[in-house]
Design a binder for this molecule. Structure first.
Ligand SMILES: Cc1cc2nc3c(=O)[nH]c(=O)nc-3n(C[C@H](O)[C@H](O)[C@H](O)COP(=O)(O)OP(=O)(O)OC[C@H]3O[C@@H](n4cnc5c(N)ncnc54)[C@H](O)[C@@H]3O)c2cc1C
Length: 440
């Protein structure tokens, strides 16, 4: 477990919020008296954590987790697979731990929610009734946000930006099959999207792969934005490690590097500024929206789901919570860390609601680490509390240019410990002595 103690893991995950103990957030009276049915759709960073905490804190509750896949392939740390720092298998997690504590895990696809009858219907024709419903379906890719892109085009120009392991494998295999001297093109998304630093960490990981395995090759990046998360330290790393390999085209007042169209037959990408690139490998990351079930439940306004920041209950539908990437929590980035932190507040709120007991003030936390080169990892983070209908950030921090190599190496060790900790926390796993990183 990379030498980290449970206490260290608790600190990395922000415990049950920003430094609040479990006993403070989960009232012992609510634990004992909560009764009823909780249904959770989506067994990822948000949903699996809610299932774990609700069942652990109130074993008498009937908790059903509806998750489409029997194996969760995490998006977080998938860039490290692309870069050659982890195997694809190391991103896989099952649901045995949650079953063991009594969560009813159902592998099925939720197709509809009847918010009057308080039921969820699934593709296999089953119906589940709830007292409280939790939706953490993550994102759906908006294929039509780029002319020429589609689900079929993604089989040629992968986005590799959701929990589909096949997409990640496809991108990696395409890089491996590319000739030395080839061109990789990345099309970046516009805000808001899953994991704001994610595409830029991916750029570093692809450039690292090219530098070490195919040094005559190039990575061309088209970005519709003028600025992005952790930009100063990413740009510093791109210059320091990947000069001559990585070309970053950010939109300016003069040039618009949004993608005008892609052609999966020729692998051509054309920007609104008229710049064309013919890719050997194209990684196209389109716009995104809340997972479809959130729309079916009537929780969306536009693409995302407005929530009350005190507890992530839906602003639109009673007795429904929406958390993780699907929720509008503007100030908090769409990250696994955020979803896991929100989940503990949601779990505590459900217990207090069902037991009609006192609620405690919500506190949230986020940290996002990004690996930019071997042993060089940067981070950004903050704590959040509800204030005036928003999430008020405090104690924010971000890596600085020119930092000591020792600091960056320590950041990497922290990130690896965080990964082990969050997946144990999501899936009610016992943390094993297995090493978290494998070359592959
Ligand atoms: C390349 C990349 C790198 C990232 N790096 C980091 C990082 O370093 N740190 C970090 O904190 N975050 C990172 N993230 C972001 C992180 O993966 C997400 O923010 C997080 O997974 C969101 O959690 P969630 O519960 O909202 O969705 P998910 O974790 O995606 O879980 C959603 C689950 O719901 C299921 N589902 C959806 N609809 C249905 C349905 N109708 N019926 C049944 N099941 C359904 C899906 O199968 C999925 O398992 C990264 C993301 C990417 C793409």
């Amino acid at each position: 477990m990379t030498g980290l103690t449970r206490r260290d893991l608790g600190k990395l995950l922000g415990a049950t919020g920003a430094g609040i103990s479990a006993s403070a957030i989960f009232s012992p009276f609510a634990k004992a008296q909560a009764a009823g049915k909780v249904v959770i759709v989506g067994g990822g960073a948000g949903g699996a954590t809610v299932a774990h905490y609700v069942k652990k804190e109130a074993p008498a509750l009937d908790v059903t987790l509806i998750e489409a896949n029997s194996t969760y392939s995490s998006s977080f740390f998938s860039n490290l697979y692309i870069g050659g720092f982890r195997t694809l298998a190391s991103l896989n997690h099952g649901y045995a731990g949650l079953r063991k504590i009594g969560v009813k895990v159902v592998h099925d696809y939720a197709t509809d929610v009847d918010t009057t009858k308080k039921t969820v219907r699934t593709r296999s024709g089953k119906t589940y009734s709830y007292d409280r419903l939790v939706l953490s379906p993550g994102i759906d890719i908006k294929y039509d946000s780029i002319a020429g892109y589609s689900r079929a085009a993604a089989a040629v120009m992968p986005h590799a930006y959701n929990t589909d392991a096949a997409q990640k494998r496809l991108l990696k295999r395409q890089l491996e099959a590319m000739k030395d001297g080839g061109t990789v093109v990345m099309a970046m998304p516009n805000n808001p999207f899953r994991c704001p630093p994610g595409p830029y960490e991916r750029a570093a990981m692809i450039a690292h792969y090219l530098k070490t395995k195919k040094p005559k090759s190039k990575l061309v990046i088209f970005d519709p934005k003028k600025a992005f998360s952790k930009q100063p330290v990413f740009v510093e790393a791109y210059d320091k490690y990947y000069k001559g390999i990585l070309e970053l085209n950010l939109t300016t007042d003069i040039d618009d590097f949004s993608i005008a169209s892609v052609d999966p037959k020729t692998k051509e990408i054309i920007t609104k500024a008229g710049k064309k690139a013919k890719a050997d490998v194209a990684n196209v990351i389109p716009q995104q929206r809340a997972g479809e079930i959130a729309m079916k439940a009537g929780c969306t306004e536009g693409d995302w789901c407005p929530i009350n920041p005190e507890n992530f209950s839906s602003k639109k539908v009673k007795d429904v919570y929406v958390l993780g990437d699907a929720a509008v929590a503007v100030e908090m980035p769409k990250s696994a860390f955020s979803a896991n932190s929100q989940a503990k507040v949601v779990a505590a709120d459900i217990l207090a609601e069902l037991a009609k007991k006192e609620k405690f003030p919500a506190r949230y936390r986020n940290t996002c680490w990004s690996l930019v080169a071997p042993d060089d990892c940067v981070k950004i983070g903050a704590s959040y509390a509800p204030k005036d209908g928003k999430l008020d950030p405090s104690g924010s921090f971000v890596s600085q240019r020119g930092e000591d190599a020792g600091v960056r190496k320590q950041n990497y060790a922290e990130s690896v410990g965080w990964y082990d900790g969050i997946v144990a926390d999501m899936f009610a796993k016992t943390v094993s002595g297995q090493p978290a990183t494998k070359k592959g």
